[in-house]
Design a protein around this ligand. Sequence first.
Ligand code: HEC
Ligand SMILES: [Cu+2]
Length: 339
Amino acid sequence: MSFWSKVSKNAFYVGMLLMLTLPLAYAQSQSAIEPASDQAKGISYIWWSMFWVALVIFVAVMLLLGWGLWKGRSKKPTQLSYLASRNLVVIAGVAIPLITVLCLVGGSLMLGRSLSAQPPDGALEVRITGWMWWWQIEYLDDNNKVIATTANELHIPVNRPIKLYLESGDVIHSFWVPQLHGKTDLIPGRTNSSWFEANVAGTFRGQCAEFCGLQHALMGFLVVAESKAEFQSWLKNQQSESQQPKNSETLAGQQVFFKTGCQQCHTIRGTDAAGTAGPDLTHLASRESIAAVTRKNSRAHLGGWIADPNGIKPGAKMPLSQLNAKQLSNLLDYLQSLD
Ligand code: HEC
Ligand SMILES: [Cu+2]
C-alpha cells in the first residue's frame, strides 16, 4: 500500500473516532440525553427510540444499496424482478414506514400529554421573566407574593415539583434546560407555565432557545438543584436585605454606585436603589456568573463588565461608565460585599 493511501485510510479512521466522541464532548454542558428529571427522561426515551429506528433503517438501506452495487458489477443482465414487485413496494415502501411513523407520533403525543399535566400539590412556584438578554427570577409564596428576586441563577430543591410561570418583558424568548425539560416559550403579554422535578443534585445549564436579538446566544442561565436544607438556607439569604457597607472602601463604593446612576436600572434591597431595567444586585456576590453566564463572577470580570458592558456583550442594555481606578476599585469592593 502506498504511503498516501495509508495516510488517507488512517485519517478516515481518526475522523470516524472523532465523530463518535463529539456527542460526549457536547454532553459536558447541556445534554438532553443525560436527564436529571422524569420529564427529561421521557424526552430522552423518545429521542433514543427515534435514534434506534433511524439507525435500523439506515443500516437496512445501506445493505440493500451495497448489495445492489455488488450485483450491478456483473456484465450479465441479472434477473431482479422480485425486487421491483408490487408486494415489496407496498410492504417496505408504504406499510413499514407508515407503522413506524405512527408509533413514533403516538409515543410523542402520549409523552406530550403527560408533560403538560398539572404539577402535583406542594410545588415551589417561581416566576421567570425573559429580558434582552438575561433572566429575572422571582420566588413566590402561596399568595403569589414575591419573596425573593435574583437573576440568571435558579436554585431549586431536589425531589420537589417546581412550577414555573414564564413571561417576557420585551420579545419572545424560550426557556430551555435540556437536562430538566423541553422548551417553553416566554411570550409578551401572556403567562405560560411548565413544571419539572429534578431528581439529581447538580448544576444544569440552560439557554434561551428562541432567537431574540443580538445577544441571544449569550442568554444563558444556571439551575442549581440542591438538598432541601441547602436550598432553604440559600433562599433565606436571598430574602434578606443587602449587606450594609462595613468599611470606608465599601462605603465609598456605594456612593460611587449612586453617583454614577446605577440605581436607575438596578435594585439593591436595603438601599434606595430600586431600578428594574437590569438584574437585582442585592446578593450579586452569591452568584457564580454575571451577564447571563457570559463570564465568571470574579473581580476582574466584574470590573471589565462595568467599564464596558458592550465590549463583552455588544448591544447589551447597560451603558459604559467612566470611572477612575479608585472609584472602580471601591465600587467593586462594594459589589463584592453583596453576598
Ligand atoms: C440603563 C440601565 C443600566 C444602568 C444605568 C446600569 N446597568 Fe448594570 N445592567 C443593566 C442590564 C440590562 C444588565 C443585564 C445585561 C445582560 O446580561 O445582557 C446589567 C447587568 C449588570 C451586572 C451583571 C449582573 C448579573 O447578575 O448578571 C452588574 C454587576 C451591573 N449591571 C452593575 C452595574 C453598575 C455597577 C452600574 C453603574 C455603574 C450599572 N450596572 C448601570 C442595565 C443597567
Ligand atoms: Cu433568545
